[in-house]
Design a protein. Sequence first.
Length: 406
Amino acid sequence: MTPPSALAAAAITTVAAAATTAWSLRRVASATLVGDEYEYAAVATATPGPAPFRRMPGYPWLLRRCGTLGRARAAGALGSIAATGAATVSAVHLAGGWPGLLAGIWMAVAAERVLLSARLWPDSLAAAGHAVLVAACLPGTAVHWSAAAGACAALVLLRIDGAATTACVAVALWRTPWAAAAVGAAGAAALVLASARRRVNGLTGPVDTTAWFNVRLAAERLRHGRLPLEPDVARLAGTWAGEGDDQRAGEARAALSTLARHPVLWGRQVLRRATVLLGPDTFGRHRLLPSYDPRPTSALTVSLRVAVPALVVLAAAGVASGAAPALALYCGLQLLVLALFHARTRFRAVLLPGFAALAAAGLEGLQSHPRMAVVGAACGLVLTTLGAITDLERAGLPVRDVAQKV
């Protein structure tokens, strides 16, 4: 049978992603909001609501233009669908029709992508921008460097960690200096533009304060990183709410000083976070599924546990096979950025396009370079297993106690 072309495979996975996302949009209508969604919902509907952080202006601007929760969720859903189709094109370009199609379908039906696609967070939109960057990192890609520069600028305006993403892409594209320079300039220009816009509107203070919160959380968890995450987040959020900008900035500087004084402990924390990002989903199972009434079927729970780890195992096989070293470098650096900034698995949504493309390369590598691919897959399996163990610790259940309960 003739392998599908990139466009044909993308059409199939786009339809699959649209169907599963439509189901998610229907189900989310009866779900309660979670965490930052309350803040974003208030912005979208122009009603009073919590505003604990200053954020980059891109996503709030989009929410205000949407005007309703339904349209805001639809915008994120379109971003998730587009990310799936673009990731499929990259996967086919890298590994061929059948491996690319299989990886794209797996991403389309993965419960983590499906659930997040209908929620009020910028992660799904960011995934679409990262899908462009994935294509830009492929050998012989038809994506112009200007598209990568535009994607980086959009990601910076969407979320502050987009600035670090810009640095990751610039490093990954080091063999084409003009592309790396354009990407860096676009990210820096977006940051300057966001800050200048704030000044023009007569506002003072930093353009974004979320990084301060995350730095303080990292310093807090140096002392008890093996305890459940959510109580630490809630405790810090309560403290944060009663502080002004000057106090928050001072506490963030103190937290950075603490992290600098304990580089080994901080490094261990980052590695633990990275393994969690490679393991079973935690955020969807612990926070999202309980927000639905009635709770979705157990099949979603199974998918949340295995879908992304399966992509990671196959992606590791692709990396070991020598496929797309620039893409592998970009994904690795982006993983470290996420581990530095964030503590929840929902933020890894931006990694799914890269994982899908490398997973397709892993499927192809199992045929063309079976020994190296198997070694890589074994390494990926070890990483996802470590992520599962860390997940159990973060949930507050010692591994031995869980074994006894099972």
